[in-house]
Write a protein that binds this ligand. Structure first.
Ligand SMILES: Cc1cc2nc3c(=O)[nH]c(=O)nc-3n(C[C@H](O)[C@H](O)[C@H](O)COP(=O)(O)O)c2cc1C
Length: 223
């Protein structure tokens, strides 16, 4: 079945980008999108602190909290890091150079208990934890009128060297944050290529009471 448009582009962004209005969770989820062009305006540190606080509150397997964050908001360091991260085969991530804030998301392989659980279940719980924490960051950013983007395609080795990050700590993701240049949203070729507004229809992803069982009642079934 054809994927459906979740209708984000039809949102009245002006209505939501209003500080004084508290957004409902569903509205916030629809508002967030991967922003790849930002205004030059710097981001207030209090807002970044709120985003990191939201991450700090995230759940994690065995409460291992395997995350740390390096926030780059000082121009020379940020530009040096962004250039190194998006060089060579990672050049498709060049847009990160234009973000006023770049966050290196650091992950430490789990505590003994979480690692044992991961081994038995053959699931990298610490990476799930990192994903949850990052989603808290980007949703908090949206509430604060800020755009954001996850970046998984970057030169981790160079960044680790640049910041002297120990070998047992990895950088699974970067996050960009800044005030969005909304005009660019429709022009963003990456968004277009990735059909970013499209989501698989709910009857393809949601089953009730068994694999492949859609929640829709058949014609001959009574209510
Ligand atoms: C783990 C992860 C890694 C991603 N890596 C990149 C990336 O390297 N470059 C990029 O431009 N977007 C990246 N994205 C953004 C996705 O392309 C985007 O979330 C997806 O197309 C849906 O669009 P939306 O975020 O605008 O709803 C990443 C997203 C996630 C969750």
């Amino acid at each position: 079945m054809k994927a459906e448009n979740r209708g984000n582009s039809k949102l009245d962004l002006g209505k939501y980008y209003n500080y004084n209005k508290r957004m409902k969770f569903g509205e916030l989820v629809k508002l967030r999108y991967s922003c790849r062009k930002y205004k030059e305006k710097p981001v207030e540190r209090e807002k970044i602190a709120k985003c990191i606080e939201a991450a700090r509150r995230a759940p994690s397997a065995c409460n291992a909290q395997p995350w740390k964050f390096i926030v780059l908001d000082e121009e020379s360091t940020r530009c040096r890091a962004a250039s190194a991260a998006s060089s060579g085969k990672y050049r498709f991530s060049r847009f990160i150079k234009g973000a006023p804030v770049l966050i290196l998301v650091l992950a430490r392989k789990s505590t003994f208990l979480a690692a044992a659980g991961s081994f038995v279940r053959n699931t990298e719980f610490y990476l799930i934890d990192i994903g949850i924490a990052c989603e808290h960051v980007v949703l908090q950013a949206s509430e604060l009128n800020l755009g954001s983007c996850y970046v998984g395609w970057f030169n981790e080795k160079k960044l680790k060297k640049m910041f002297g990050i120990p070998s047992k700590i990895s950088i699974p993701l970067l996050l960009t944050i800044g005030y969005p240049d909304e005009k660019f949203r429709e022009k963003d070729v990456v968004r277009k290529r990735a059909s970013s507004d499209r989501r698989n229809p709910v009857d393809e992803i949601l089953f009730y009471n068994g694999f492949g069982e859609s929640g829709k009642k058949k014609d001959n079934e009574s209510d």
